[in-house]
Design a protein around this ligand. Sequence first.
Ligand SMILES: NC(=O)c1ccc[n+]([C@@H]2O[C@H](COP(=O)([O-])OP(=O)(O)OC[C@H]3O[C@@H](n4cnc5c(N)ncnc54)[C@H](O)[C@@H]3O)[C@@H](O)[C@H]2O)c1
Length: 248
Amino acid sequence: MDLKGKSAIVTGGSRGIGRAICLKLAKLGADVAINYYPGLKEEAEELKKEIEKIGSRGYPIEADISKMDEAKKLIEQAVATMGKVDILVNNAGITRDSLILRMSEDDWESVLAVNLKGVFNCSQAVAKYMVKERKGVIINISSVVGLRGNIGQANYAASKAGVIGFTKSLAKELGSRGIRVNAVAPGFIETGMTQGFPQEYREKILKQIPLGRFGLPKDVASLVAFLASDEASYITGEVISVNGGIIL
Ligand SMILES: NC(=O)c1ccc[n+]([C@@H]2O[C@H](COP(=O)([O-])OP(=O)(O)OC[C@H]3O[C@@H](n4cnc5c(N)ncnc54)[C@H](O)[C@@H]3O)[C@@H](O)[C@H]2O)c1
């Protein structure tokens, strides 16, 4: 795989899976715009330094991608700074877990705003640019929970299932313009998002993973890099799981 000469944007790129994706794309030669949520400048700047050590370039850009105007500015700034954008990875996401009877309107709306509307915001802005170029790759991070559901995550599951429908529709709309759109559905990955799980719950999940371990951010990043590369030039509209064989 080779991404030399390519420019990528990774939303929520300063930590967790996003960070691993930034590093992997950079290792393969891409320049990377590291989108970070307001307040996380320091970790984005640190990642920029790591990317420079690898020999690529990193460009931290602040934006709350749930807001259309900020998402538009993110894409504009990335194009202006890097000269172009070949790859968008919609990675930013949040959870607000609660059983349905207790789920507040805000739990629902905030998760949908980041996980689904954020994907729409960034994809629409980048599609306007990519359609003119007649090429591009969009990769959306969904979840095993979007495919199979999960207790306490009706909002999150709905947002991630929504991302799958969105991905498949965009792949159909944009394929004739040379743009590929795919989704990646990770299982349980060791990041801040899963760190707070009670030990009992972790053990319960672990029993359902045939490969016997939680995933690592780099496991997801490898798949994203493949989908971003020309090695995947005939793959679009797909949802590819990376979950250790989990039986949910
Ligand atoms: N960790 C898992 O087990 C797992 C499993 C399946 C899918 N995912 C998905 O992978 C993606 C990355 O999650 P993670 O595990 O690395 O979690 P994480 O909490 O470590 O990282 C999430 C990133 O998104 C950013 N973010 C949140 N809201 C944002 C906003 N409005 N604008 C810009 N950035 C924002 C955060 O600042 C952070 O950098 C998410 O979409 C998540 O739903 C994670």
